[in-house]
Design a protein around this ligand. Structure first.
Ligand SMILES: [Fe+2]
Length: 189
């Protein structure tokens, strides 16, 4: 393989993605745990399951390439995860915190959408049709997650705005307060 080939770049991009997804599997449980809104929490939990699937799709591709999935740290994802962690340290009202975490999560999704779009295109050019379909499946799920976050934000942002006016946070399982309680079973259908 000539040094600097598109194939080499492609493998580099895949390693970067693999590391990014692995970092996410550690960050998503923290976002889920810090979510007050039940639907948002379920959304993060669902995306964690998908992210494990994304990791295993990349592993399948590495197997086909007979390459090891190691050797790269995704600094972009590291920065996004750090920013998300900083956000969670803030002393926000529950609804405002949920709105902030949606913002952090959407940055992650857009980053991944860009990276998967690039990798899929490289795979297509290299004639790796099986890779294309695996990468496309993940890309579709990242886009769906982004759209779902946008939908959740519509309601949560409105409630975040109202939080400053002292109104109860409807989406929260505990119904009010900065931290959710486990006492309420109220959640969206
Ligand atoms: Fe992913």
């Amino acid at each position: 393989m000539p040094k600097g080939s598109l194939r080499e770049l492609y493998i580099d991009e895949l390693m970067d993605l693999y590391n990014a997804e692995t970092q996410l599997t550690k960050a998503l449980p923290k976002l889920a745990k810090a979510s007050s809104n039940a639907e948002l929490r379920q959304g993060f939990e669902e995306h964690l399951r998908q992210t494990s699937e994304h990791v295993s799709r990349l592993e399948q591709i590495f197997d086909m390439l007979e390459e090891k999935a190691t050797g790269k740290k995704c600094l972009g994802m590291e920065g996004l995860v750090k920013e998300g962690a900083e956000t969670m340290q803030e002393d926000y009202e529950a609804a405002v915190m949920d709105a902030a975490m949606i913002g952090a999560a959407q940055r992650v999704e857009h980053y991944e959408i860009a990276a998967y779009g690039t990798a899929r295109e490289f795979a297509r050019l290299l004639g790796e049709d099986e890779h294309v379909s695996l990468l496309q499946q993940t890309l579709d799920e990242e886009k769906q997650t982004d759209e779902k976050l946008t939908q959740l934000a519509a309601e949560i942002n409105r409630q975040a705005q109202e939080a400053g006016e002292g109104k109860e946070y409807q989406g929260a399982e505990g119904g009010e307060g900065k931290r959710r309680t486990k006492s309420s079973s109220r959640r969206a259908a």
